[in-house]
Design a protein around this ligand. Structure first.
Ligand code: M6R
Length: 608
């Protein structure tokens, strides 16, 4: 999705802003641009395509500038052209704006401004902002006032940064439902929609809240909240961020690197939390709400995409281990549903980025219901992490590939821990599951060690157009997630199904050209899954199975088998996910696709 970076201080601003834009490239974008202020003149450089192109153009500039804002755009209103790229400006280029989010009432504002004589050169919603600020500025000659007045007219979601030749030594920013942080340096400030873009310069960041308007100069940052009508001195937080984790190392793609981080991810998510020898699981992030949790008899999990599928595994875990009724809802559906909600229900939001618009909206929906809101989030300090009452961080480190891999591993690990912490140690699964969480990193490594044979199998199936993924019990969410992974990186049509549903429709698709990926690991339901595989084989459908080491029978039944170590049914989704992730990865590589940045997708979906 779109990214914002800004700088004000003593250094040359453009290289810092461009480097920040480069670090946001992984989020997905199609054009990029920068506005610099130099001696009360504005310089706008923007173009469709990669940041590297922008970097080359900016390098040709000869002016000096200590104030700049930049943007990577992921097209929503209007195609990815230079004209639609940000920054946008008013007609005489005295006010420059970059914007993330959507201005829902832009058409009405545009019509009003056109009637006032304003002309527009792009198809974007964003372009109304500089013109609107210009409109108000003409009446007051006060940029801050004009900006605030313009904001009052905007409906939708935004992270906005403004620079202007009228007041050349400041950056104005505003936030509503779209993340923005201000990095604090010595005599300099950085601005970014994602803290990772400023982490090479400072670890001290100010998180802006909804309705905050900040005025940033080289000497300070003042924040005014439009809703509360008050100004405050913002407090910077120290972020724990290892920029090494965000680099490729020796791996050809981030997706592969992140899949190979699975053992470390499970270890890191369990560190200090899981103590099998003492029979305890300790989640510091939930301690403040432990009393409230005692009265919870229903949990609604809200999430999108892969995080939603992790939630489905969580549903099985929480019901079986903690005995609490769970419902998992797609955040995009939850927010528009009218369902009865009592205070004995808790809302659990799962999100890698912590910035997914629909998940944020789901949390906002219950803001006034008085229900407990818990988060399972990877990105520290993100919007969801800050808006929930309590939560458990995934500690998976930065995830760069658009396809979520290690985050799923961390989310399921944390869900197992939450299930244990809400359950009773007398549950017969308590001790074995606790022990298994400690043993899992080694087992995850064993799955990774089979990568060369998974690669061979993937290459054999890379030419297929369709794929079905099936599983039962804990392996059903694995089937859904496996299908999502395959379709998003390989563009192969893939569907996940509960194996028991085959005869209710999907079996009709099966023939020798339609392969099935069967999650057939050891469980009480394995015989039933065998029957489903038999039905597929009877119709000549090729079958790749994931099975538990030692299962020789399945090799006779299926065309290809990927073996994973024996584990509890409750932890099978973790090992199965590594197998399906590798399978999807190697198919995408075989098809020579852009694995880390699949077409049409963005890493963090910050608009509805
Ligand atoms: O950051 P989140 O976990 O909230 O993101 C949710 C989905 O957008 C995300 O999982 C998406 O489905 C991934 N591309 C899947 O690999």
């Amino acid at each position: 999705m779109c990214g914002i970076v800004g700088y004000i201080g003593k250094q040359q601003a453009a290289p810092i802003v461009v480097a920040g834009l480069e670090s946001l490239e992984y989020r997905g974008y199609d054009s990029a641009g920068i506005a610099e202020i130099s001696d009360s003149s504005a310089f706008i450089t923007k173009q469709a395509g990669r940041v590297s192109g922008l970097k080359d153009s900016v390098a040709k500039n000869t002016h000096t500038s200590h104030v700049a804002i930049g943007h990577t755009r992921w097209a929503t209103h209007g195609s990815p052209t230079t004209a639609n790229a940000h920054p946008h400006s008013n007609t005489d280029q005295t006010i420059m704006v970059v914007h993330n989010g959507i201005i829902e009432n832009f058409q009405a504002i545009k019509t009003k401004l056109q009637a006032e004589g304003y002309t527009f050169v792009s198809q974007t919603d964003t372009e109304v902002i500089p013109h609107l600020i210009d409109y108000y500025y003409r009446a007051s000659n006060d940029l801050t006032l004009a900006f605030r007045q313009a904001l009052q007219d905007l409906q939708g979601a935004y992270g906005i940064a403004v620079v202007s030749t009228h007041e050349p030594n400041k950056i104005l920013v505003a936030r509503l439902s779209s993340p923005l942080v201000v990095g604090v340096g010595k005599g300099e400030y950085f601005l970014a929609s994602d803290p990772s873009a400023v982490m090479d310069y400072t670890k001290e960041v100010i998180f802006l809240n909804d309705f905050d308007v900040a005025t940033i100069t080289a000497d300070g940052c003042v924040v005014h909240n439009l809703k509360q009508e008050k100004s405050s001195k913002p407090v910077a937080e120290l972020l724990d961020y290892d920029s090494q984790q965000a680099s490729l190392g020796d791996f050809p793609h981030f997706m592969l690197k992140e899949i190979f981080e699975a053992p470390a991810t499970i270890r890191s998510a369990s560190l200090g939390r899981v103590k099998a020898a003492e029979n305890i699981v300790k989640l510091g992030g939930l301690e403040s709400v432990i009393a409230q949790l005692k009265y919870i008899d229903r949990i609604v999990i809200v999430a999108c995409g892969t995080s939603y599928y992790a939630g489905l595994v969580g549903e099985y875990l929480l019901e079986e281990i903690a005995g609490i009724a769970v419902e998992v809802q797609l955040a995009s559906e939850f927010k528009y549903r009218n369902e009865p909600f009592s205070r004995s229900t808790a809302l659990l939001a799962i999100s890698q980025s912590g910035e997914t618009a629909d998940t944020i909206a789901a949390l906002k929906k219950v803001e006034d219901y008085g229900v407990l809101r818990i988060g399972i989030v990877n990105a520290t300090g993100s919007t969801i992490a800050r808006m929930t009452d309590a939560g458990v961080y995934c500690h998976a480190g930065p995830e760069q590939a658009v396809a979520s891999t290690k985050a799923f591993i961390a989310q399921v690990t944390v869900l197992a821990q939450i299930a244990l912490s809400l359950g009773s140690p007398s549950n017969k699964l308590f001790k074995p599951l606790l022990q298994e969480l400690e043993d899992l990193p080694a087992k995850a490594q064993q799955v990774l060690d089979t990568a060369p044979s998974i690669k061979k199998i993937a290459e054999k199936y890379a030419h297929h157009r369709d794929f079905l993924f099936i599983g039962r019990g804990y392996s059903f969410p694995s089937a859904l997630e496996g299908a999502l992974k395959l379709k998003e990186v390989s563009y192969i049509h893939a569907e996940g199904y509960a194996a028991g549903e085959m005869k209710h429709g999907p079996l009709a698709m099966i023939d020798e050209h339609f392969p099935t990926f069967a999650l057939a690991t050891d469980s009480v339901l394995l015989d039933k899954t065998y029957s489903n595989i038999e039905e597929i084989k009877a119709r000549k459908g090729p079958v790749v199975a994931v099975a538990t080491v030692g299962n020789k029978a399945i090799a006779k039944l299926c065309d290809d088998v990927i073996y994973i170590p024996a584990t509890l049914a409750q932890t099978q989704p973790l090992l199965e996910a590594i197998a399906t992730q590798l399978f999807a990865y190697y198919i995408a590589v075989a098809k020579d696709l852009n694995v880390d940045r699949p077409r049409n997708l963005a890493k963090s979906v910050t608009v509805e």
